[in-house]
Design a protein around this ligand. Structure first.
Ligand code: AP5
Length: 217
């Protein structure tokens, strides 16, 4: 299965991409995680990306696309992939089409997590991330261990630097600027499936599993 998870920040893309990719042994390609990895490594790309990410803006297309291209080549060895957070605009969608054509990998579906803006704000304000394994928690909806540490690996939890008030508002604006043409692009290709981003994580997972099972037939 080769899928794209599309939706606003906080819609649950990362949470579900992690669960679904584990369930179906797919490669989870999160451009946000890849970029945070380059920042952690203090690479030249990381130093460039950090400036944009801290402002809640998109990292230049060519930098992100180069990361995705490299990953998709490796994805050939897997049973498929979930692209989480890429593409984010039409230029990236066109670049992705080219990569997939070169690699001869057709796309199976694009899941659009439709999520009201007030839900997005609450999710991002309550998010805590494990500094060791990267798992996302939410203080109320998906709480970590009672000792305040990661319930997967016991790691220390942190607040993502771009989950601050003003950066969240900028990320929401950026999403709204680019989302509509992207949704239209994939609707035209008859690949788009809507999922409510506002439901519980358990309900989202069940709906996605039904969708993946249907598509796999
Ligand atoms: P990225 O890391 O991709 O962030 P994002 O798209 O803004 O998405 P989030 O990770 O905030 O949200 P999510 O939908 O994955 O939700 P999650 O599951 O984490 O990108 C960060 C930055 O990198 C961008 O701003 C940009 O600068 C750059 N970047 C990345 N990709 C790029 C690209 N293609 N081009 C250019 N620049 C790029 O959940 C959020 C919270 O809600 C968590 O606390 C979680 O526990 C909780 N939660 C999840 N599901 C539920 C639920 N159903 N009910 C209640 N709580 C839930």
């Amino acid at each position: 299965m080769r899928a794209i998870f599309l939706g606003p920040p906080g819609a649950g893309k990362g949470t579900q991409a992690q669960r679904i990719s584990e369930a179906y042994q797919l490669m989870h390609i999160s451009t946000g995680d890849l970029l945070r990895g380059t920042i952690k490594d203090n690479s030249e790309l990381g130093r460039k990306a950090r400036v944009y990410m801290e402002r809640g803006e998109l990292v230049p297309d060519e930098l992100v696309t180069a990361l995705v291209r490299e990953r998709l080549r490796a994805a050939r060895r897997h049973r498929g992939f979930i692209l989480d957070g890429y593409p984010r605009n039409q230029a990236q969608a066109l670049a992705l089409d080219e990569i997939l054509a070169e690699e001869e990998i057709p796309l199976d579906l694009v899941v659009h997590f439709e999520t009201p803006v007030e839900v997005v704000r609450d999710r991002l304000m309550g998010r805590r991330v494990c500094s060791s394994c990267g798992t996302n928690f939410h203080l109320k909806a998906l709480p970590p261990s009672p000792n305040g540490r990661c319930s997967r690996c016991g790691g220390e939890l942190m607040i993502r630097p771009d989950d601050q008030d003003q950066t969240v508002e900028q990320r929401i604006r950026v999403y709204e600027d680019f989302a509509r043409p992207l949704v239209k692009f994939y609707r035209k290709k008859d690949l788009l499936h809507k999922v409510s981003g506002a439901q519980t994580a358990g309900d989202q997972y069940a709906e996605l599993k039904r969708l993946f099972e249907r598509k796999a037939k």
